[in-house]
Design a protein around this ligand. Structure first.
Ligand code: MN
Length: 298
């Protein structure tokens, strides 16, 4: 997920080859968000041509530790002290590219709510090691019979029997994979994706999705321009388009809603808000009276 980002900066990623499986207690999506955040930071604040090394070993008793080591500028003791404080971004975010960063403060909250811990060791001029500890768990034993029901299609929620198509226009693969995970909770939703605005608009015209999820900062045309094109086209004007953007100032949100977004969500993705918004958007899409064939509308 993060390798394209690393390659762009000539950074080598070194992942561990694990000798055996280890199991930890945690929420899969949240653990993934935390790891993506640590890996993205290790790439973002590395030196060109640097290395990111991931290491995994049993830590203190009952825990497993994952280290993410970078070869960046490192952090002084003062900076380390402030790292997990709310509203502190080390002044490095001003020129930061849009990422999936949920922020270290939120990482800390998530890891601790899973009974784990997070920390950093850093040497100025050498780099930093960010680590998380998770609670070790025993090997899960598959329960007899779960194979069938779990792999069989789950029964849809009432009112969601219809198969729906969601188009996600997003250039960041990590965000796309996170949304794939979340959408998997709704077995009736088919997810399509496009990496830029023009492809997104073309795909929307060709497939007429029920709902569109739109990033704002995209290569080529912006999400706002893509929205304009969708609204200007009679074939796609009715589709609710939900913005999902790292531009989180209230001005950005207002501007987005004025431009015609159905809802405006900000990154990092808040899981509950995201799922609730999807449900509202699909309900809206399904409540639309069936349209006459295009030929009759003239
Ligand atoms: Mn983007």
């Amino acid at each position: 997920m993060v390798e394209p980002q690393a390659h762009k900066r000539g950074i080598h990623m070194d992942f561990p080859r694990l000798e055996g499986a280890s199991y930890a207690n945690g929420d899969r999506t949240r653990v993934k968000q935390v790891l993506i955040n640590l890996l993205s930071n290790a790439i973002k604040y590395n030196r060109p041509g640097g290395t990111v090394t991931v290491h995994c070993a049993s830590g203190s008793p009952g825990r497993i530790r994952i280290d993410v080591t970078d070869t960046g500028a490192g952090l002084g003791p003062e900076q380390v002290k402030q790292l997990f404080q709310p509203f502190n971004r080390l002044g490095q975010e001003a020129n930061a590219e849009e990422g999936t960063g949920i922020g270290l403060v939120l990482c800390k909250r998530l890891v601790e709510s899973m009974g784990g811990a997070i920390g950093v060791e850093s040497v100025v001029g050498e780099g930093s090691v960010f680590w998380i500890d998770l609670l070790l768990a025993g090997e899960p034993h598959p329960v007899a019979g779960t194979d069938g029901p779990l792999s069989a299609p789950r029964s849809p929620e009432p009112g969601q029997e219809k198969d729906c198509i969601l188009l996600y226009v997003e250039d960041n693969p990590a965000n796309l994979m996170l949304v794939e995970d979340l959408v998997a909770r709704r077995p009736n939703i088919r997810l399509l994706s496009a990496r830029d605005g023009i492809t997104g608009v073309e795909l929307a015209r060709a497939r007429l999705p029920d709902v569109i999820l739109m990033d704002i900062n995209l290569p080529g045309i912006s999400g706002l321009t893509a929205l304009r094109m969708l609204l200007d086209d009679r074939a796609t004007a009715h589709i609710p388009v939900v913005a999902l953007s790292a531009n989180a100032m209230s001005r950005d949100v207002e501007k987005g809603l004025e431009a015609g977004f159905f809802r405006y969500l900000t990154k990092p993705i808040k899981v509950d808000e995201f799922m609730a918004t999807l449900d509202v958007a699909f309900k809206h899409a399904n409540s639309r009276p069936a349209t006459a064939p295009a030929g009759d509308e003239k």
